[in-house]
Ligand binder design. Sequence first.
Ligand code: CTP
Length: 219
Amino acid sequence: MRVLITAGPTYEPIDPVRFIGNRSTGKMGYALAEAFAARGADVTMVSGPTQLHIQHPRIEVIAVQTADEMYAAAAKIAPQADVWVFAAAVADYKPRSMATNKIKKDGDTLTLELVKNIDIAATLGKQKRPEQFSVGFALETNDEEAHARAKLQRKNFDLIVLNSLRDAGAGFGHDTNKVTLLTAGGQMTIFELKPKAEVARDIVQTVLASLSAISTPHA
Ligand code: CTP
């Protein structure tokens, strides 16, 4: 089995020394890469800038900075992958253009014009073949289940991993996570707060179970 994972933040350059980024550490994506590899999958992980390192014969890491670079790398791998996991915290917007030179502090205010980034999961989702399986993440603060279900449909996911910011110890920066898994078929499973490595194993187990259910339909 071949697995494509996007992980970490993206950095969107403002000028040669500044960028727009976010606090994603990449821990969830890296834990998923390890968990899939431990189950015998060949993993390609397209990763934004993180402090993490991974050494595993079954895991290839492609390092990128921007959402556009992440999309270009992921789009090359996606057609050959059986499973896609979009764990990256992609910047929703980028500066319209990168200043060639370092921006000087000339004025009292500075206005940056931002334009929407490509939605990697949604764009690849349009080309998903029936036998391919796509997993997305949703980080929500309110009406969590409804928002996650809408995202699942909009991005053509088969499974969505919901984090609620209302749960202590879940999401960005923590070593633990508390997730709810929602399937396109309407199933919902709520998990306890756990270390991210264990959360990753739960997600991988759910993906593998879903895939074997698809490939061995009941008579
Ligand atoms: N995602 C992506 N490319 C983007 C934005 C998001 O691939 N440009 C993926 C994320 O990796 C995640 C899922 O889409 O798997 C959900 O992203 P999120 O930003 O929470 O959803 P949005 O559709 O941007 O909705 P909103 O920010 O309005 O909640």
